[in-house]
Design a protein around this ligand. Sequence first.
Ligand SMILES: [Zn+2]
Length: 327
Amino acid sequence: VSTKAAPALALDIGGTKLAVGVVGHDGVVSGMIVEPTHREEGPDRVIERLFAMGRRSIVASGLSQSEIVGVGISCGGPLDSNAGVLLTPLHLPGWVDVPVASMAASAFDVPAILVNDATAGACGEYRFGAGRGADSILYLTISTGMGGGAVLNGKLHHGAAGNGGEFGHIMVHDGGRACTCGRFGCVEAYAAGSAIAARAREFIAAGRPSVLSNLVEITSADVAAFAAIDDVAAQVWSEGMAALATAATDLVNIFEPNVLVLGGGVTRSGDILLEPVKTAVKRDALPPAAAAVEVVLARLGDAVCVVGAGAYALDFLRTGTEEGLYA
Ligand SMILES: [Zn+2]
């Protein structure tokens, strides 16, 4: 196996799920394994299990460990991608200053690279998904929380410490709902899955009648599913989509991308999410930006961070630096 063709191992550390796979230069994933994170066990035990999953993934791909040229690790921030350290990831309470890249490098005896999960998502969609062939793309992930990443004029944007592109913290209602970041009125506080579910519960607790009150646990998917027939669901969903559309329009005005890709678990609701955002962006963004942009759903689904982290590691190893990556 020549170095040029050799694949990378990709490890994605989510708050509820760990996902691993072997990623080739064509973006194809083999040996993908997804298991619960059990983050409460703490970083040492979780990372030990993550690496064991990685070894099983290599075997399942029909490879030996020596055929892997690098490890790409994706995780939510805050993190320091240059140092390869998880600082205080919001989705992993109690994990502080975990040097996950050096741990992976010793475990697999190859270079290991840490990348913000939404940046990995942007990388995956740009190289192998909905942004393929475009010059500039923005990737907005809408799941339990919100995140984002950007490839601008063919270059992946990281920011100074690797957390650039936190599009979930664009303020859409000054003084509005409390956000996980400590400010009030960020788009995440209205359009993220947890926020949509929380708002529905608040309306019901305040005495608004709703079919959602019959559910044991309300999810954003339930709110989307009942939006056509239930007043509370309709209001929560439409206000969430209006917030998302406002943030998306700002982003399109600022960056003038060729493609705005919407991904993450909440986008499984499909057109009921895509259409209002697309309509608002095309109507409200400045004319040249509105004319240039395509607003689309992500294509890589649950594998997006695995594909992105693997592709990022391979590109990084090929160029030897992130300077000029994709340039
Ligand atoms: Zn915020």
